[in-house]
Write a protein of this length. Structure first.
Length: 217
């Protein structure tokens, strides 16, 4: 099992991740910057710090992903493939094969995801569709990074998925207030993990989500 310590790139923990994995993450990082010249994958201002701001930030979700009950992960609003492509690279040795499903409605971004998935030989499906139009979806994990606010993610989980176990998403410095507000309308359990790459931010893993009905308010 991999844990998020490896993103510190120390010699002590580097043995947890193969040299080939690091090479693939580096290639992916460079591919994003190269493609960013023609399509908007990441903010230009974050290109110089892409490894921390995007690659390592995505990789730290491994603590919630590398579990025995997680075999399929659906990445919403995938864009450049953050965090999905990063997780796919990290989870390539998992048996049975870890499957990724990407939802990205942009044709050009979807093509970039296909290119990266093929390059890294990932077990993936790239769906160039609007997630809001999809119904009766099944997955183990719904994951989202910089896609939509938490209430919208909850609505997608409820309306567009018939089966899922967890929702994993990123929250910033106002995350506690966002969770507090969400609890007014939803019941859910969650685990949180302090971000290793952004002060005051954290990642949450949500389970047992259900809408609060009028009688419960």
């Amino acid at each position: 099992m991999i844990d998020s310590d490896f993103i510190k790139f120390s010699e002590e923990v580097a043995s947890k991740v193969s040299r080939e994995t690091f090479k693939e993450l580096e290639y992916y990082s460079k591919s994003i910057i190269a493609k960013n010249k023609s399509i908007n994958l990441i903010s230009k201002s974050t290109e110089k710090c892409i490894n921390i701001r995007h690659i390592e930030d995505s990789a730290q979700t491994i603590d919630f992903i590398d579990k025995n009950d997680i075999k399929t992960c659906t990445d919403l609003g995938s864009g450049a493939g953050l965090p999905g492509i990063v997780l796919g690279i990290l989870m390539k040795s998992k048996k049975p094969l870890f499957k990724l499903i990407f939802y990205e409605k942009s044709y050009h971004k979807s093509n970039f995801l296909k290119e990266m998935s093929k390059k890294f030989n990932l077990n993936s499906e790239i769906r160039c569709k609007n997630i809001f139009d999809e119904k009766n979806l099944s997955t183990d994990v719904i994951i989202s990074r910089a896609f939509k606010p938490l209430p919208i993610i909850f609505q997608i989980a409820q309306k567009n998925f018939k089966n899922y176990k967890y929702i994993i998403t990123f929250l910033g410095k106002s995350g506690k207030k966002i969770l507090e507000d969400a609890h007014r309308f939803w019941k859910f359990d969650y685990e949180e993990k302090k971000s290793l790459t952004s002060e005051g931010s954290f990642i949450i893993k949500i389970s047992n989500l259900r809408k609060i009905n009028a009688n419960e308010k």
